[in-house]
Design a protein around this ligand. Structure first.
Ligand code: SPV
Ligand code: MN
Length: 626
């Protein structure tokens, strides 16, 4: 009996036919196995047809996972009050005996975990409908693309994926047995009366890199469930590490320079650190805001967005700072709002939105009113700080035309950024590829935000903003990054940014829009059209160039005092950072490439020499910045 025949009754004729059209026994075997194990009442197989996609959209409403809002196409969804962010503790890479990924990666014994999750999955879809969906990561018919199959009993998860990813059914049909596909199995598990996952104690997110499979159970929050997003990253990082390409937590931005030229940058920042707002900068064009595949093709670095949508943080979005998103979020079109406040008239509100907070409504805590406290006595804000919106990038006016280019875009600059109140200057270029990868990427730290469960504000080590998604040891990952640009004649320039620098009184030193200037400066640097000042930590802008750019871009004066305050080299903080980061690599990353210590030590020596000459806090004037 063929695999499909084993589940023919459950599939029914139409679904059977849809699956049979894909000539891939491995796919059929996988589907049959999980249909039998999870035991759904019904199955729906989605092709790329508009009818099938509409079916998912409607199922999310019918199942009560989403409900309609006042504006056409808008819906809202709630996750369980305790299921609002990525669950690091219960997310693990499955490792066979003898495989060691080091102390920074959460791992689980593969045999034990597979048994654990398969026990939880048994009959978990009884009474529910299973959706079988096909997508591709990256554009179809491209060296970058990876076909994916998602099994889920959550129409909300499937609906997100149809907004966020490119349809993949026809790709599976075309590739037949040659598809090297990723597999995702998700079940929201038993739901409570609000249709949110109930059995959070049995929440599991297991990534089996040896079998290109991810299991996600008893959770609904997108970062834990949308297979092609953060879960696929682990599979892709592993595959890329064997094949010589990178999967990065990066936006891709087209920066518009003089004479109409467009230069592409990628940027890696931890969640809630300005990544999406940089990808959405006024006057520039967006290719992606979260995940990029990078490959070397003919001596150049090229990148694609693995997605075509945005699962963006809504907190703080307002009409002044985010005009394009603001407009999209207030226009008819398919958008899912999650964990925002919904008022009786079907409108939504969130922390930091224009206007007053409505006195009541429903949110992730149920019926909500100003001053409501949770079981722990903590006041509940109107929306969760990690509340999100999901939309397709095609709703945005600033979408870059290269979004679906199967060759990707040429990357000329790579930016690393974090939430750093006291150390890094607002923008700085690395001396070269190796210096950039080590002192900017590998040394990245960021203060924790609401995007992950845990206490906010603590400084966390987060190399390349990718630590949460790694599936290979940190040292090996750093080595792969070093190797990636080394043999290129003209590797992308590497920059760091810090939008969160504060003065001694805790006041931010920059306005939100200043990043528009930094990006223009970086664009000019890439084209060798502007000079820079050498400091012990890198190359910083000259005052005159920034003053000119502040005028051009923001129509603002840029006083010398502001430049001095922002670009003063903070020697003690930089030394402390080097000590912290070096200690981490020395004690916790056994396979650290030795060059990391050399480059960090050289930077330390430069800082010590500068301190000898100029003291602890060195104005950029001392280096010739003014
Ligand atoms: C992030 O937290 O980095 C996100 C959202 O982009 S999540 O899907 O939760 O990862
Ligand atoms: Mn992200």
């Amino acid at each position: 009996m063929s695999y499909l025949d084993e589940i023919a009754d459950k599939l029914g004729k139409e679904n059977y036919h849809k699956l049979a059209k894909i000539n891939n026994p491995k796919l059929h075997e996988f589907i049959a196995r999980y249909v039998k194990l999870c035991n759904p009442d019904k199955i729906y197989v989605c092709t790329d047809s508009p009818e099938d996609i509409a079916y998912i959209r409607e199922a999310a409403i019918r199942n009560g996972e989403e409900f309609k809002l006042a504006i056409e196409g808008h819906t809202a969804h709630f996750d369980n009050y305790y299921d609002q962010a990525r669950d690091r503790k219960n997310t693990g890479i499955l490792v066979p005996k003898g495989m060691d990924l080091g102390p920074f990666l959460e791992t689980k014994d593969r045999d034990w975990a597979l048994q654990d999750v398969h026990e939880i999955l048994k009959d978990i879809m009884r009474g529910k409908e299973l959706y079988i969906c096909f997508f591709t990561l990256g554009p179809a018919r491209s060296i970058f693309s990876i076909p994916c199959v998602q099994l889920t009993d959550s129409a909300y998860v499937a609906h997100n994926e149809f907004l966020l990813y490119r349809p993949g059914y026809e790709e599976f049909v075309r590739l037949g047995p040659n598809a090297r596909f990723f597999k995702f199995i998700h079940s929201a598990g038993e739901l409570d009366e609000r249709k949110t996952s109930k059995n959070l104690d049995k929440r599991r997110i297991y990534i089996d890199i040896l079998d290109d499979t991810v299991y996600s159970v008893n959770t609904q929050y997108g970062g834990n469930t949308i297979g092609l997003k953060k879960l696929a990253m682990r599979l892709a990082i592993y595959r890329g590490s064997q094949e010589g390409w990178l999967c990065e937590h990066m936006f891709i931005l087209g920066v518009h320079g003089p004479g109409g030229r467009v230069t592409y940058f990628t940027g890696a920042y931890p969640s809630l650190c300005g990544k999406t707002s940089t990808a959405m900068l006024e006057g520039e064009s967006i290719v992606g805001d979260d995940i990029a595949f990078l490959r070397k093709i003919n001596g150049q670095v090229r990148a694609v967005n693995t997605e075509v949508g945005m699962f963006g943080i809504i907190q703080g979005i307002n009409s002044k700072d985010d005009p394009i998103l603001w407009k999209a979020l207030h226009s008819p079109g398919e958008i899912i709002f999650s964990n925002v406040l919904v008022t009786e008239d079907g409108r939504v509100h969130w922390i930091g939105k224009d206007g007053d907070v409505p006195p009541r409504g429903i949110n992730h805590s149920g019926e909500w009113y100003i001053g409501k406290k949770d079981a722990e006595g903590k006041e509940i804000p109107c929306s969760h700080p990690n509340a999100r919106f999901t939309l397709n990038l095609r709703l945005l006016e600033n979408l870059d035309p290269a979004i679906d280019d199967p060759e990707g875009v040429v990357v000329k600059g790579i930016i690393y950024g974090g939430r750093d109140s006291d150390t890094w200057v607002p923008v700085e270029e690395a001396f070269d590829w190796v210096h950039g990868i080590i002192t900017k990427g590998a040394a990245l730290e960021s203060e924790r935000t609401a995007a992950v469960l845990g206490k906010e504000g603590e400084r966390e080590f987060n190399p390349m903003s990718n630590l949460d998604f790694l599936s290979i040891p940190v040292g090996r990952y750093i080595q792969i990054n070093l190797d990636f640009g080394r043999d290129l004649e003209n590797p992308p320039r590497i920059f760091s940014v810090n939008y969160f620098l504060r003065d001694k009184d805790g006041k931010f030193l920059n306005a939100r829009e200043d990043k528009r200037v930094w990006i223009k400066w970086m664009e000019l640097r890439v084209h060798n059209e502007v000079g820079a000042v050498r400091t012990p930590t890198g190359l910083i802008p000259r005052y005159e160039d920034l003053a000119r750019l502040f005028h051009q871009v923001l129509k603002k004066d840029y006083p010398k005092e502001a430049y001095i305050a922002q670009f003063t080299l903070r020697v003690p903080e930089n030394l402390a950072k080097i000590a912290r980061v070096t200690e981490i690599y020395r004690t916790k990353v056994p396979d650290t490439p030795p060059i990391l210590f050399e480059v960090m030590e050289a930077q330390r020596q430069r800082l010590l020499e500068a301190r000898e000459k100029f003291g602890d806090y060195i104005s950029p004037e001392a280096f010739g910045g003014i």
